[in-house]
Design a protein. Structure first.
Length: 211
C-alpha cells in the first residue's frame, strides 16, 4: 500500500507539472498574439512576450525556438490531419475533390490553419520578414501533402500533377488571405474567402483520369 501511495503521488505531481507546462505554453501563445496584433510582429521581441506571460526569456526558449515558431504552433498537426483526411476521401472522390475537402477540413477544424486568432496577419507578412524560414516551411507542407496525394492515387495521379494541385490550394490560401487582410477583413473573413477560393483553384488542375 505504501508503494502504491507513492506511485499515486508521483503520478499526481507529474500531471500537475504537465498542466503547468501547458498553461505556460498557452500563456506565451496568447500574449504573443496580443502583442503581434497591437504593435506588429517585427516590433515584438521575445523578451516582451516572456514578460507579458510572466516568465523569463529562457523559459520562452524551452517552449519555442523563436517567435516565428509561436505563429505556427499547430501547423504540423494540421498538415497531418489533412494527410489523414486525404487517405479517407481517396476511397470516395477524385484527387482534386479529396484535396479540397481535406484543406477545408483543416480550415474548419482550425480556421487559422494552426495560427491563433490575431496572428494571421503576422504570418502573411512572414515571407517578407523571414523569407528563408517561410520558404522552408512552405516546401515542407507542399512535400507532405503532395506525397499523400500520390500515395492515395498511385494509378491516376502523377507527381507533377499532385504538386500542382497542392501548390494551387496552398497558393490560393496565401494570396486570398493576404488580399482580404489588406482590404480590411478580419482573420475569420479572410479565411472564409480562402475556403471558397480553394475549390476554384483545384478545379483548374485536373489529372488525366480520376477515381
Amino acid at each position: 500500500m505504501h508503494v502504491c501511495s507513492n506511485l499515486r503521488g508521483v503520478e499526481a505531481r507529474s500531471t500537475h507539472r504537465e498542466r503547468k507546462k501547458q498553461r505556460t505554453r498557452q500563456a506565451l501563445i496568447d500574449e504573443a498574439g496580443r502583442l503581434f496584433d497591437q504593435q506588429g510582429y517585427e516590433a515584438t521581441t521575445v523578451a516582451q512576450i516572456a514578460e507579458a506571460a510572466g516568465v523569463s526569456p529562457r523559459t520562452f526558449f524551452s517552449y519555442f525556438a523563436s517567435k516565428e515558431d509561436v505563429l505556427h504552433d499547430n501547423t504540423a498537426e494540421r498538415v497531418e490531419a489533412a494527410v489523414r483526411a486525404i487517405r479517407t476521401y481517396a476511397a470516395e472522390v477524385p484527387a482534386p475533390e479529396a484535396l479540397a475537402r481535406a484543406v477545408e477540413d483543416m480550415l474548419t477544424d482550425s480556421w487559422t490553419m494552426g495560427l491563433v486568432p490575431g496572428m494571421t496577419g503576422a504570418a502573411v507578412d512572414l515571407p517578407i520578414t523571414s523569407p528563408k524560414a517561410a520558404i522552408a516551411r512552405s516546401n515542407a507542407r507542399l512535400d507532405r501533402l503532395a506525397g499523400a496525394l500520390t500515395d492515395a492515387y498511385p494509378a491516376t495521379l502523377d507527381r507533377v500533377t499532385a504538386y500542382a494541385l497542392v501548390g494551387a490550394a496552398l497558393g490560393t490560401i496565401s494570396a486570398t488571405v493576404a488580399a482580404a487582410l489588406t482590404a480590411g477583413c478580419t482573420d475569420k473573413q479572410a479565411l472564409d474567402a480562402a475556403r471558397t477560393a480553394i475549390r476554384r483553384a483545384v478545379a483548374g488542375v485536373q489529372p488525366d483520369s480520376g477515381r
